[in-house]
Design a protein around this ligand. Sequence first.
Ligand code: CO
Length: 176
Amino acid sequence: MEILLYPNPLLRRPVTPVEKFDAQLAEIAREMFGVMYRTRGIGLAAPQVGQAIALLVFNPTGEPTEQDQERVLVNPRLVGKSKSKETAEEGCLSFPGIYGAVTRPVTVVVEAQDLKGERLSLELGDLPARVVQHEMDHLESVLFIDRMAPADRLQNRPLLEELVARWKEENASSQG
Ligand code: CO
């Protein structure tokens, strides 16, 4: 399992809801945590590893030793959000080296299922709320550059173009 980089079109592929809560699903989540920790991330959505399913994992500490902070959300739905918003810098594992300001509600309420299919409801604030909103965006084919402050997107343009050039190069060579 590896992280797909922008502009891989699989990052924009629509996901399907998870219906089977089996050992294979648990294994995908476990592998996603592994990839996330290795790449120093705090959240990861299934489309970023080529899985078109409604699944995300996160751990706001980013530390594999803090296992009790790990959360897996299957089929998450946003059911509430605060009026108050906050702007903060975000990054994304599919956009190495790229950071920019994104404005989001400070707190959210999310309903989801766990790996066994049990329903759960989470009220999140601050960093966990931001991470979950970022990852839920991935499940709806939205990338953080779509929400980035225009000035930051402009500033990141050379890096984005570099990613596009690299992807084209690798794609061309894999086709022989
Ligand atoms: Co991301």
